[in-house]
Design a protein around this ligand. Structure first.
Ligand code: CA
Ligand code: CA
Ligand code: CA
Length: 187
């Protein structure tokens, strides 16, 4: 299991929790979490009967159930901190993040173009202004596309180490655009 006490890793965890606790009441509610794929689907023009939307909802349900260990429909920071880590990422988060990627990949070529990335980012409630910076940080091989492995690998590195191109992107305020599913690092 990957664990880290690095300041960057602790910062990453705080960033992700704050991003998912949309109303800032110190709890990630079920509704707050499940609104993410719903909002993305609606903004990307996908209906509720789209198999990709159903897959995204199922994947997010699974993450929430995993994260909410006492099953009360509220994820506190302590609950989140105990749960989050590389293991949670590999078990459930990779699938949820991949599902958002697939929703945004409207050309179905397995990569996100700048336009597709920006649409996903806006769909998840972030302003489009710094999409360029975020895109450049995530396009690690600089080919003008973010492929699925590049995308998921960057987020995994961020949630386990707090250090990756994702950190730069998050510090630009683009946390929501990454679609981070809630897997942060363990203390
Ligand atoms: Ca909340
Ligand atoms: Ca709970
Ligand atoms: Ca594409």
């Amino acid at each position: 299991m990957t664990t880290s006490n690095a300041p960057a890793a602790v910062t990453a965890k705080g960033h992700i929790f704050a991003m998912l606790d949309v109303d800032g009441d110190g709890v990630i509610s079920r509704q707050e979490y499940l609104a993410r794929p719903e909002r993305a689907a609606a903004a990307l023009g996908r209906g509720g009967d789209d198999p990709l939307v159903l897959a995204a909802l199922t994947a997010h349900e699974r993450v929430y159930a995993s994260m909410d260990s006492d099953g009360d429909g509220r994820v506190t920071f302590d609950e989140y901190a105990t749960w989050a880590g590389a293991e949670a990422f590999d078990d459930v988060c990779r699938q949820a993040l991949g599902s958002l990627f697939d929703l945004a990949d409207t050309e179905i070529d397995g990569t996100l173009s700048r336009a597709e990335f920006t649409r996903l980012r806006v769909a998840l409630g972030n302003p489009a202004e710094n999409a360029e910076t975020a895109f450049d940080a995530l396009d690690t091989n600089g080919d003008g596309r973010i492929d699925r492995d590049e995308y998921l690998g960057s987020i995994r590195a961020y949630v386990t180490d707090g250090a990756s191109p994702m950190a730069e992107a998050l510090h630009e305020g683009c946390a929501v655009s990454t679609g981070a599913c809630g897997a942060g690092v363990r203390r």
